[in-house]
Design a protein around this ligand. Structure first.
Ligand SMILES: [Zn+2]
Ligand SMILES: [Zn+2]
Length: 141
């Protein structure tokens, strides 16, 4: 399925230094980003493009759209964004930028809490440790 977003930069030239058109929300994004040397995702919707082999080199032939799938803590305590390429499946960790939408970041960070892998009403019994709550598996006690 092709969309008009697929035709960005038809001549392969960025309009200004590092600026790009977001392939997801169609915002025009300036190249300069506070807090990072390589702007690699949209500060509004946080989507990215698979354009780098290594950070900032723009040498990947994939060009797939990369969905923000989560937030991780870097070793230095900063937040990082996890992106997954919709074309090739690559998962990459990217530094957040100072102008990233805080609401979008936060909703991404808490997203797993909205889809817990077990019924939330069982949580009190699970943390108190006593009961067999798994489906069909024996729990040794
Ligand atoms: Zn966007
Ligand atoms: Zn890719």
């Amino acid at each position: 399925m092709r969309t008009r977003f697929d035709q960005r930069r038809p001549d392969g030239v960025a309009p200004s230094q590092g600026a790009f058109l977001c392939a997801h929300c169609n915002s025009t994004i300036p190249g300069e980003a506070p807090g990072t040397r390589h702007r690699n995702h949209c500060p509004h919707c946080l989507w990215s493009l698979h354009v780098d082999l290594r950070t900032g080199d723009r040498r990947s032939g994939c060009q797939g759209r990369m969905e923000p799938i989560g937030v991780s803590l870097r070793y230095d305590g900063d937040w990082a964004l996890l992106h997954r390429c919709q074309s090739c499946g690559l998962i990459r960790m990217n530094r957040i930028a100072g102008d990233d939408n805080p609401l979008a970041l936060f909703s991404l960070a808490v997203r797993p809490l909205g889809r817990p892998p077990f019924p939330m009403d069982l949580l009190p019994r699970m943390v108190s440790g006593g009961q067999d709550l798994s489906d069909g598996e024996e729990v040794q006690s």
